[in-house]
Design a binder for this molecule. Structure first.
Ligand SMILES: O=C(O)CCC(=O)C(=O)O
Ligand SMILES: [Fe+2]
Length: 370
């Protein structure tokens, strides 16, 4: 596979790629003025290692990985992408008859069955997009190998309320599909089975302070406010292209907008791993978890504390296991992060985490296991 759109560190700025993106998302139109700063903000792919992933979780950094540890188990003679499409069509009755999707150039909210969605996607008759087609509990899950991630993921739990937040989903979108600036909670990953997308990402609260809106955190019915000049100078801003076979790790602290460049099929899920849990918990306690912001019935009340207790239980279990197992789960990274935070954080921040018993217990157990 050759990626004619990819730009390495020594190549010229990928003008054609950005022109394509700007035709889809008009807020990128004047990118040409900022190519020098944008060049420095490209996130290039790196080969997967658990150490790299754990370090990114602790540091709150996004990473684009090659060899991301998930796979599709294809039917004989078919590509991974054909396999998934065929399976979904054959098992269409396992999803609701109508699903909320985005359709058309104007990206209107609509409803389609999965068969019709895939017909339009396959024939490119109309732009369609769905980013949350649930696959847990369907027969299509058997095609998707995620065991390496699941083992570490606290959200893959027997506790139903916690497991619901994992949301292993298929992402299906036509070239020209666009997702406006938003964030997701908690950390997550996205793997491309086929096709490519341009992602623009930045730390949510740095963005908000400079006028880059996030539909999750600002009251906008129209398009989220965005300015490419601001993006080009924002400390945390990065852009990247996820190509076939690559997986993006994105911390929950990042707002993103995403443009499908080539017809795309992928999957992804949310994750809570040990190394990043202090960062995640601090964000939740400071700003509220996203699910709490949009929860009129209060059905997610107490969920953060439940997850904290699940993390604490995992740490206690690991304390009795061999060193190699503790290392594989990233416990040492979490311990270092908590110890450092304990020394350097403000009294106010420490009080904030110690206010509820679930967070306080989490801190005590991590520090006790040091
Ligand atoms: O692919 C898209 O259009 C949006 C994807 C996205 O926002 C996500 O996976 O978090
Ligand atoms: Fe997203």
């Amino acid at each position: 596979v050759t990626h004619c759109t990819h730009s390495g560190p020594h190549e010229a700025f990928p003008t054609v790629l950005w022109q394509t993106a700007a035709r889809i998302d008009s807020s990128l139109e004047s990118f040409g003025t900022y190519t020098r700063s944008l060049t420095r903000k490209e996130l290039l792919p790196t080969s997967f290692s658990w150490d790299r992933l754990f370090a990114a979780m602790v540091g709150g950094d996004a990473v684009l990985f090659t060899e991301f540890p998930v796979a599709v188990l294809p039917s004989p003679g078919k590509s991974p992408s054909e396999t998934l499409v065929d399976d979904v069509i054959r098992r269409a009755d396992e999803w609701p008859r109508l699903l909320p999707v985005w359709t058309g150039r104007a990206q209107k909210r609509g409803h389609l069955g999965v068969r019709e969605l895939l017909r339009r996607w396959t024939t490119s008759t109309e732009i369609v997009g769905i980013t949350d087609l649930a696959v847990r509990g369907t027969s299509v899950k058997r095609r998707i190998a995620t065991a390496a991630i699941d083992r570490q993921n606290i959200l893959v739990s027997r506790n139903e309320r916690i497991f619901e937040q994992e949301m292993l989903t298929l992402v299906i979108s036509s070239a020209g599909h666009f997702s406006d600036s938003h964030s997701d909670d908690p950390d997550g990953w996205n793997y491309s089975v086929s096709g490519s997308k341009l992602w623009l990402i930045w730390e949510t609260f740095e963005g908000l302070a400079h006028g880059l809106e996030d539909v999750e955190r600002t009251d906008t019915c129209a398009k989220a406010g965005f300015d490419i000049a601001t993006f080009a100078t924002l400390r945390s801003a990065r852009w990247l292209v996820v190509h076939q076979g690559q997986g993006l790790f994105l911390p929950g602290s990042y707002t993103h907008k995403v443009i499908t460049l080539e017809r795309y099929l992928g999957f992804g899920s949310f994750i809570v791993f040990l190394p990043g849990y202090l960062q995640t918990l601090l964000r939740w306690k400071k700003h509220g978890a996203l699910w709490e912001l949009q929860d009129p019935k209060n059905s997610c009340a107490g969920l953060v504390d439940e997850i904290s207790r699940a993390v604490t239980a995992r740490i206690r279990l690991l304390a009795r296991r061999a060193l190699v197992e503790r290392r594989e789960s990233g416990l040492p990274e979490l311990q270092k992060a908590v110890a450092r935070w304990h020394q350097r954080s403000s009294p106010a921040e420490r009080t904030m985490l110690r206010r509820d018993s679930a967070s306080a217990k989490f801190l005590d157990v991590v520090l006790a296991e040091l």
